[in-house]
Ligand binder design. Structure first.
Ligand SMILES: *Cc1c(COP(=O)(O)O)cnc(C)c1O
Length: 396
């Protein structure tokens, strides 16, 4: 039986490789941070982690995790509703709600699960889900698991959204779904306009703040802070796997009846394990830190502004960004790979993206800035970009 299937897999894998789309993993042999060591022995500066606040190796979080490991054990061996809930999990849910200015929160093992489990329990074939075309894969999968009528509008296109909303008047309830920050361009969703349209056409709004929480808005409270909509958005999902320490975990936070219903019916919550006590405890310590100071946000914003300004001054074409994601536009797929490779030789770890991850002829290098970067890290990256950019004829 396996022989046929094996050769089918081998052929397909070869096709992936020949198309230049085979994903190889670079192995890191140090903690995740700004300056890392990879398995070849090379020391590089990391500009491709979602470690926006530099918390992946933060001592305060490590200490909180160690303490919980000693006091609360290693794992929960249970889903939440059987015997997988400690006070730590309840505390973390409350702290997330306070951070976002929402009513209640439900934790998941990952944001992939939060998005996978948010639609099906809430909406039926009588309802409408109106989704941005560039929404994250987990939103797309979550929508697929739900019988609601689907509508799709091009990225941040408010005319198309309005058209969808007009058509969706035929359904019972409507929810507009968007990423807070779109990960390839770094653009923030126009939440103010989305919210206004939702009011006009009697719809709810869901925002996935995975790339925006901790980053966007003056104090990093996300797109609802940036657009002055705290407490006005019905559903927010997010991850503990990016700015918030980078370990593992996701959440849905918002209106309390919605969260209550998810606790009753959301399948990734009901049928998947509770996050470990050390992750919950470190999460609590992290939100305490956020409540205490905006130091990391200030540093991140200053770092991003500096990097973008210097790169533009060097002559690079940078997509307008309101996040910590800077897309250095190269347009040519091969060039994006060449440039990333040469930058790695210079000790700068970045990734080039091209079709089908981004639209055709929109190849780029995505740079992710962190509060963990020092000015000297940024200067080294800018110098390397400038040197290689000149070498490859990207800039003069
Ligand atoms: C990273 C990401 C996710 C997945 O988060 P995990 O916690 O790693 O599963 C979901 N949505 C968006 C928009 C993301 O960027």
């Amino acid at each position: 039986m396996y022989t046929d299937f094996q050769s089918y897999l081998q052929t397909t894998l070869k096709e992936i490789e020949e198309a230049g789309l085979y994903k190889n993993e670079r192995v890191i042999v140090s903690p995740q941070r700004a300056a890392i060591k990879v398995s070849t022995g090379k020391d590089v500066l990391n500009f491709c982690a979602n470690n926006y606040l530099g918390l992946s190796d933060n001592q305060e979080l490590i200490d909180a995790a160690k303490k919980a490991l000693d006091e609360r054990g290693f794992g929960m061996s249970s889903v939440r509703f059987i015997c997988g809930t400690q006070d730590l999990h309840k505390e973390l849910e409350q702290k997330i709600a306070e951070f976002f200015g929402t009513e209640d929160t439900i934790l998941y093992a990952a944001c992939f699960d939060a998005n996978g489990g948010v639609f099906e329990p809430l909406f039926t074939e009588e309802d409408a889900i109106i989704s941005d075309a560039l929404n994250h894969a987990s939103i797309i999968d979550g929508v697929r698991l739900c019988k609601a009528k689907r509508y799709r509008y091009s990225n941040a296109n408010m005319e198309e959204l309005e058209e969808c909303l007009k058509q969706a008047q035929a359904q019972r309830y409507r929810v507009i779904v968007t990423d807070g920050v779109f990960s390839m361009d770094g653009n923030v969703c126009p939440l103010d306009k989305i919210h206004a349209l939702a009011e006009k056409y009697n719809a709810m709004v869901m925002v996935d703040e995975s790339h925006s929480a901790g980053v966007v808005g003056q104090t990093g409270r996300g797109t609802t802070e940036l657009h002055n909509l705290r407490g006005k958005i019905e559903i927010i999902t997010g991850t503990l796997g990016k700015a918030f320490g980078g370990a593992i975990g996701g959440f849905t936070t918002g209106k309390k009846e919605i969260i209550a219903m998810l606790r009753q019916r959301s399948r990734p919550y009901l049928f998947s394990n509770s996050i470990p006590p050390m992750v919950a405890a470190a999460g609590c310590a992290m939100f305490d830190m956020m409540a205490r100071t905006n130091e990391l946000q200030d540093k991140l914003h200053a770092n991003t502004d500096y990097f973008v300004a210097q790169m533009k001054a060097a002559g690079f074409d940078i997509k307008p960004t309101q996040s910590a994601i800077c897309a250095v536009m190269l347009y040519d797929a091969k060039l994006s790979q060449q440039m990333a490779e040469k930058l790695l030789d210079e000790g700068i770890y970045v990734v080039g993206f091209y079709y089908p991850v981004v639209p055709k002829d929109q190849a780029r290098i995505r740079v992710q800035i962190s509060a963990g970067h020092e000015r000297e890290h940024l200067d080294k990256a800018i110098a390397a970009f400038t040197k290689i950019g000149k070498e490859l004829g990207v800039i003069k």
